[in-house]
Each structure stands twice: as structure tokens, then as C-alpha cells.
Write a protein that binds this ligand. Structure first.
Ligand SMILES: *Cc1c(COP(=O)(O)O)cnc(C)c1O
Length: 362
């Protein structure tokens, strides 16, 4: 059986490590987008709310609706709301990030149609990532008309493009400076002061002086700092394990898997595991790039990863049917496995399929 175990005690640990690193006034915006990075948005969000987290953030409106339908009342920021979901946002009291003139116009229309006032919104400033966000001109134009709009401006934020770079990094420093300037301009022209935020998890480790009023943290809560020294302080909250469903002995020269992806160099023992690329173990892990841990020994994935299964070489491991195979755990962190396929923990987690059973322990 394949199971993803999520240890909520580790989530508690990471929550406190992060919080203790920040100034005591800094708010936490816990990022639970993409089903909390594949780990289960509702369970994770409920636990974070219990711990006292100030704000939740998701990417898209439907993700916020899922949290509301689970009874979560904490403010929820939506980073990338789409115009067609404007009514849905309002219906579920979700707080959009206003990131383009087109979105602002469409959302404003909805808010006016519903005769609402002081609707909570956030402003996303593009300080150099060049992904989504308002230019300085657009942002200041909005601020200038704010008093006439049916909005309550809760926060102004931006996002670093290279927060994993350690100091000094002139590019990141320039983004920080730009954000400081925007902050001053907003403060000088707005009566009702919003809060300001710039950092994600890596940013909070590498640029703690740029905390402003809040930090948006996702991966840090799930146990990774993208930096070796800080990784040690955090605990990976998720472990993925499966178990051997069949063992074969094959002769030298026999092939394994689709397209004869692996040819046995000698008489070999191979184990079949019930997890494949449909579950998030990408084909890039095949051909011995990735592997699993069986009886504490490395068993490389041989040949091509199939949709539902994969084969590992266990010639050097005395193992039996039903033995556990660990894909990642606290001892064998997901970021180390991810690197073997040229990817990152984020992508490995968010790719974990629906078929994998999630178990929460606390
Ligand atoms: C996903 C996201 C975050 C969280 O980033 P982590 O690296 O997981 O801490 C923060 N801010 C924005 C705008 C995001 O999209």
C-alpha cells in the first residue's frame, strides 16, 4: 500500500521555528495553495488556524471555497484570482489580490453590483519578478482613487524573484528598495494604512530585515528552507512509503519494463512497487536517477517508471514481499530525491497524485 503520512506535530514545530525567527509583531500568512503543496489543504489549514496563524493564502478562488466549505473562518487571501471567479470570491468572503487593471475593473463591477462597501482586497506590486502585479504607476493611480472605491485595502505586497540567493544580492536588494519606496508612497497618500509584505519562506531566512508586517510562508511550514543550515531546524512533515508487491529473479541480459528500459547486467533480483508517474513519481526518476529506501538501503529505480508501478533493483538487499519502501521521509528528505530528477521539493509534493492515501498523525 502506498501512503503519504503527514505529521502535524512537525507542522507545529515548523510553525514555531518560523515564528520565533521573526519579530513578534510579524503576521504569518500561511500558504496552503495547490492543496497545501499536495499535502491536504483542509487538514493543514485547520491545524494552522488552531496554532494561531493570522491569514491563509491560496492561489485560486476554488481553493478558498474548499476551505470555507470546511468551516474555516480565517481571512483567506487569493493570490491569482481570475475575472470569471469574481462572484465566487465575494460569495465566500475571499480576499483577492488586485494585480491588473483588467481584474480591478471586473471585480469592482461585481462589488458595486452587490452594493457592498469596504470589501477587503490586497494590492500586488510587480517589483521585478515580472509575473503578475501592478506597475508603480497603476498602483499609485489605484491608491489615489481608493477613497471613492468600495474597497478596504488590507495589504500591499510584492514577491522576490531570487529569495534563495543569500546576501549580498544586488538584484534582490533592488527589489527590496523598490518595495520600500512604494510603501512610503502608499503611506503618504492613504489614510487607512494597509500592512506590507514581501518575503516567502526562503526570503525570511535570507533577508530577515525585509520582513515588513507579514511573511507568506509555504514550504517552510512543510519542512524545507531551501538552505541546508536552516533545513536542519525544520522537520519535513510528509513521508511517502509504499510496499513491495512482487519480486522477480531475472537472468543476465533480460530486460525490465517498457521499451526494455533496463537490461540486467547480471542475474538480478527486482522488486515491483505500486506507485508510478500517475502518482507523481515522474519518469525523470527512472533509469536509476531516483530510487527508494528498503531496509535502509538504496534501491535504484530501473528502466522507465510506468503509470501505476515501478521496478527497483534489490539484488544487494535481502528483502521480502510486503517490505516497506520509503520514497522520502525525515531521514531521506524529499528535496534530496527531487534533485535527482532535476526538480524541487515543491514540484515533487504538488505532483503527488490523488490516489495516494493521506494519513494525518498528531
Ligand atoms: C507560493 C507563494 C508563496 C509561498 O512561497 P514559499 O516558497 O513556499 O514560502 C509566497 N508568496 C506568493 C505570492 C506565492 O505565490
Amino acid at each position: 500500500m502506498t501512503q503519504l503520512t503527514i505529521d502535524l506535530n512537525c507542522l507545529t514545530h515548523n510553525y514555531h521555528v518560523l515564528r520565533n525567527q521573526w519579530s513578534s509583531q510579524t503576521k504569518m500568512i500561511a500558504v496552503v495553495k495547490a492543496n497545501a503543496y499536495g499535502l491536504g489543504a483542509v487538514e493543514i489549514a485547520k491545524h494552522l488556524v488552531k496554532l494561531g496563524c493570522d491569514y491563509l493564502a491560496v492561489a485560486y478562488a476554488q481553493e478558498g471555497v474548499e476551505l470555507r466549505e470546511a468551516g474555516i473562518k480565517t481571512p483567506i487571501m487569493v493570490f491569482y484570482p481570475l475575472i470569471e471567479n469574481s462572484a465566487l470570491l465575494i460569495e465566500h468572503e475571499l480576499e483577492p489580490a488586485l494585480y491588473s487593471k483588467a481584474f480591478i475593473a471586473a471585480f469592482l463591477k461585481q462589488v458595486k453590483a452587490k452594493k457592498l462597501d469596504h470589501y477587503p482586497v490586497h494590492l500586488k506590486f510587480n517589483s521585478g519578478l515580472n509575473r503578475i502585479g501592478l506597475s508603480e504607476e497603476e498602483l499609485l493611480e489605484f491608491i489615489a482613487t481608493l477613497a471613492t472605491l468600495p474597497f478596504k485595502l488590507k495589504s500591499v505586497y510584492s514577491h522576490l524573484a531570487a529569495s534563495e540567493n543569500e546576501q549580498p544580492c544586488s538584484f534582490t536588494q533592488a527589489q527590496i528598495e523598490q518595495f520600500k519606496q512604494i510603501k512610503t508612497k502608499v503611506e503618504n497618500s492613504s489614510e487607512d494604512l494597509p500592512f506590507f509584505h514581501l518575503l516567502n519562506s526562503s526570503g525570511s531566512f535570507n533577508y530577515p530585515d525585509a520582513q515588513f508586517d507579514a511573511v507568506r510562508t509555504g514550504i517552510g511550514l512543510y519542512g524545507f528552507a531551501n538552505r541546508t543550515d536552516w533545513d536542519k531546524e525544520l522537520k519535513p512533515i510528509a513521508s511517502l512509503a509504499t510496499s513491495i508487491v512482487q519480486i522477480h529473479t531475472i537472468q543476465k541480459g533480460e530486460s525490465v519494463g517498457y521499451n526494455q528500459g533496463w537490461i540486467a547486467p547480471k542475474k538480478s533480483t527486482i522488486a515491483v512497487l505500486p506507485i508510478g508517474h500517475a502518482d507523481g513519481i515522474q519518469r525523470a526518476f527512472g533509469k536509476e536517477n531516483g530510487g527508494v529506501w528498503i531496509r535502509d538501503q538504496w534501491a535504484p529505480i530501473i528502466g522507465n517508471v510506468c503509470m501505476d508501478l515501478m521496478m527497483v533493483d534489490v539484488s544487494k538487499i535481502g528483502c521480502s514481499l510486503n517490505d516497506h519502501a520509503i520514497v522520502f521521509s525525515q531521514e531521506h528528505p524529499a528535496n534530496e530525491l527531487a534533485e535527482k530528477a532535476g526538480t524541487i521539493s515543491y514540484e515533487l509534493f504538488t505532483g503527488l497524485g490523488k490516489r495516494i492515501k493521506r494519513l494525518y498523525v498528531s
